[in-house]
Design a protein around this ligand. Sequence first.
Ligand code: ZN
Length: 139
Amino acid sequence: MKSYREEIWFNCKKRIDFICITEQVGEILKKSEIKEGLCLVNSMHISSSVFINDNESGLHKDFEKWLEKLAPYEPISQYRHNDTGEDNADSHLKRTIMGREVVVAITKGELDFGLWEEIFYGEFDGLRKKRVLVKIIGE
Ligand code: ZN
């Protein structure tokens, strides 16, 4: 069995952002030369997510609004985590809802997606450098 590892780095200009990374993951898969196997993509941070959904801007606004209702950023004092001096309790909660990782099947050297599926990096505490791990195993 072969394995291949690479990281994708981000520095989001906004606190909350959704970035489509399907193309980058596809390029990493080509470099790996693996034709049949599994591709894991996970956030290396506890305040950002990797998830699969539609690449449609209205839906991304809906995600943002929905997450802000579930875990509003302010007032910062509503969260015990922020008693530590941090202000990102909401980011940890948003990340938990949107998930840590995705696994995509690899078939004939391609990411084997369902209709309209795209991979996204979800940032919930941006304005600094962060990374995603891509780990591919197979033949
Ligand atoms: Zn924190």
